[in-house]
Design a binder for this molecule. Structure first.
Ligand SMILES: Nc1ncnc2c1ncn2[C@@H]1O[C@H](COP(=O)(O)OP(=O)(O)OP(=O)(O)O)[C@@H](O)[C@H]1O
Ligand SMILES: [Mg+2]
Length: 334
């Protein structure tokens, strides 16, 4: 529309000047009359331009409005619980009973008939090849998706009957991809527990070795992190999310490849800090490096959406099954 309008505008101005000029020559109009005429014409054309501009914006705005109402009227994919139980005891038993799950639209189930029990205060390690469903399992525990069949129980209560906020407030998660917000390092750590004081934040940072690299930054804890995480490294991002979970002191702790981007020496140090944190709470650790999960009380070996083996490190080694093979391949190479 705009190019056409601009051409019309210029042609019209030219035509008025051309014919108007001849009339001025013939002394039919004076120069003032011609100028006034031209001004009126330009005002009318400006109004026409505004009109076409609005006609152009209208369909665009309609599309935007449709998107906004789409978001506002979005139904949650999780059915809200009817009879809610608020988890009272915080001992932290987690039980999966014959859980099966498939992502919407996928034909093959991602998880099939998963059953295990994590007793309070113990660490459960989940290992298995890429795409075997480890992250999916912890997503289900957090109730990001509804399961197809089976039950997930925390302290004997079905998570399907718990309000999501109550459930999630009990769980601390360090995700495979570290999510940081635009803001200072201090704010990002404090996100774990919003009412924490500066001293508590710094104590959590010290315990998780965030403090060490923060001191090398010119602005320290006030360093602003942008969303794509410029300014700090991938490992440092992970350490910040660990500090966040450390600060939250949740009843349940989930670490999904929490230290995969951190160098091995720092990993050992962070591991020690996490051991202290894990001591009195039920925790889940997902890791590819077997050295990080050796001490777990229960090891689940996943393959193609099922648990093929479970037991402690010694038991699984003795069984000489899938875990033993993995162990051999990682440690013989090293
Ligand atoms: N949002 C999703 N929608 C559909 N399919 C998904 C979705 N997320 C994961 N999947 C599929 O589910 C399977 C299991 O994925 P999951 O993320 O649980 O693997 P993983 O065991 O955590 O792997 P990794 O070791 O790489 O972290 C994969 O085959 C993946 O393609
Ligand atoms: Mg994963």
């Amino acid at each position: 529309m705009f190019p056409i309008i601009t051409v019309i505008l210029n042609v019209a101005t030219g035509a008025v000047l051309w014919f108007g000029g001849q009339r001025v020559d013939a002394e039919l109009v004076d120069v003032g009359g011609l100028t006034a005429f031209l001004q009126y014409l330009l005002q009318i054309l400006a109004a026409v331009m505004m009109g076409t501009f609005m006609a152009m914006m209208l369909p665009r705005s309609l599309v935007c409005a449709r998107r906004i109402t789409g978001v506002l009227s979005h139904e949650p994919s999780i059915t809200p619980p009817k009879d809610t139980v608020t988890p009272t005891t915080n001992s932290g038993t987690v039980e999966f009973r014959n859980v099966s799950f498939s992502y919407a639209g996928a034909d093959a189930p991602v998880l099939e008939d998963i059953s295990f029990t994590a007793t309070p205060g113990t660490t459960t390690a989940i290992i298995g090849s890429t795409g075997s469903g480890k992250t999916t399992m912890v997503n289900l525990l957090m109730r990001f998706y509804d399961i197809d069949s089976g039950r997930i129980l925390i302290d004997g209560h079905d998570t399907a009957h718990m309000p999501r906020t109550a459930l999630r407030s009990q769980v601390g998660m360090v995700l495979q991809d570290a999510v940081l917000f635009e803001g200072t390092i201090m704010d990002n750590i404090r996100y774990g527990r919003l009412d924490a004081t500066d001293d508590e934040v710094i104590a959590a940072a010290k315990a998780t070795y965030v403090d060490r690299f923060v001191h090398s930054l010119p602005e320290g804890y006030d360093t602003v992190i942008d969303q794509d995480g410029g300014a700090i490294s991938a490992g440092e991002r992970q350490l910040i999310t660990i500090a966040r979970a450390f600060l939250a002191q949740p009843a349940l702790l989930i670490l999904d490849e929490a230290t995969s981007s951190v160098d091995t020496r720092t990993e050992v140090l962070v591991q020690e800090a996490m051991n202290a944190l894990r001591a009195e709470r039920t925790s889940f650790v997902i890791a590819h490096r077997l050295s990080t999960i050796r001490d777990a009380d229960l090891i689940l070996v996943m393959e193609n959406g099922g648990i093929v083996e479970q037991g402690s490190h010694e038991e699984l080694l003795r069984a000489q099954g899938a875990y033993w093979c993995l162990h051999q391949s990682q440690f013989n190479k090293a």
